[in-house]
Structures are given as structure tokens and as C-alpha cells.
Ligand binder design. Structure first.
Ligand code: SF4
Ligand code: SF4
Length: 150
């Protein structure tokens, strides 16, 4: 009994350290790790594909008027399945390597994104303005804008 325990102890000592020093040292997840979801607002054109496939109900999509589509992200519900990343045609949604998502502030896990859309003159349905310049027109500059913008 005693000898078997000593043998076990020797094996353990011989193996050296087998665990990572995290959280005392940074830890980089393996490639392909599905961490915190990020969104690039400049790439999103409001198609709603991500909202359609999200089983956890993280993404809520509403149209507030004919020109604005609102996407709300409730990240606290996310299960990191990665389906939103798979379907996004623009690569706007990505799962990052970030895994330290604990927070005391619920606002950290909420995002509201407004996408400016153009309504079809015939059917009234929204579509994204085709060029960045036209998107800027939709958003609009102030007439008395600073820096001489009109
Ligand atoms: S990773 Fe999955 S659960 Fe999280 S937002 Fe994307 S589709 Fe929804
Ligand atoms: S994030 Fe991608 S899938 Fe979701 S609404 Fe924007 S463009 Fe569509």
C-alpha cells in the first residue's frame, strides 16, 4: 500500500507541471476557440440572417420606421454556438478568442445597432443603400456642421 503510494508520488513528481499557470499568466485559447461574439457595424447591412439562426434569442431585429433597422444583441444569452458567424454574408459577426466575459455591469453584455436602410418605392421593404456615400446621405450631416460640412 505504502509503496504503491510512493510510486504514484514519484510518477507525479517526474511528470513535472501539467497544468497552465492561468490566471497568473495570460492564456491564449487554441485556434478555432469560440469566444465572445464581436460585430463590425460598418459591415452589417441588416439582412437579419444572424437573428434568424440564433436559437438562444440573443439577437432581436426590429424596423423603427422605413429607414432604420435596429439590431439588439443580448450577449448574456449567448451559447457561443457560432451559427451567426456561419451565416453572416459580410463577415460582420465573428467569434473572437476572448473568453473572460464575466462582468458586474449588465450593460457590458448589451449592444444596440442601428442600420440605415432605403425603402423600395414600390413595395416599401427596406434595402441597404448600395454605396457608403449613399449611406452617409441617409444618416445625414448637420446643415450647420462643424468644419464647414453642409
Ligand atoms: S454564437 Fe450562437 S447563441 Fe451566440 S449570438 Fe451567435 S447564434 Fe446566437
Ligand atoms: S450581422 Fe451579418 S447576418 Fe446579421 S444582420 Fe448584419 S449582415 Fe446580416
Amino acid at each position: 500500500m505504502l509503496t504503491s503510494k510512493l510510486r504514484e508520488a514519484l510518477i507525479c513528481l517526474k511528470a513535472g507541471r501539467v497544468t497552465l499557470p492561468y490566471p497568473f499568466a495570460p492564456h491564449d485559447p487554441e485556434p478555432g476557440f469560440r469566444g465572445k461574439v464581436t460585430i463590425d457595424a460598418d459591415l452589417c447591412f441588416g439582412c437579419g440572417g444572424c437573428a434568424n439562426v440564433c436559437e438562444a434569442g440573443v439577437i432581436l431585429l426590429t424596423d423603427s420606421g422605413q429607414h432604420t433597422r435596429v439590431l439588439e444583441f443580448f450577449w448574456r444569452r449567448c451559447t457561443y454556438c457560432g451559427r451567426c458567424q456561419e451565416v453572416c454574408p459580410e463577415g460582420a459577426v465573428k467569434l473572437s478568442q476572448e473568453f473572460q466575459t464575466a462582468t458586474n455591469d449588465a450593460a457590458d453584455l448589451y449592444l444596440r445597432l442601428e442600420v440605415f436602410m432605403g425603402p423600395c418605392q414600390r413595395c416599401g421593404r427596406c434595402f441597404p443603400p448600395p454605396t457608403p456615400l449613399e449611406r452617409m446621405k441617409r444618416t445625414g450631416f448637420r446643415a450647420d456642421g462643424e468644419g464647414g460640412r453642409a
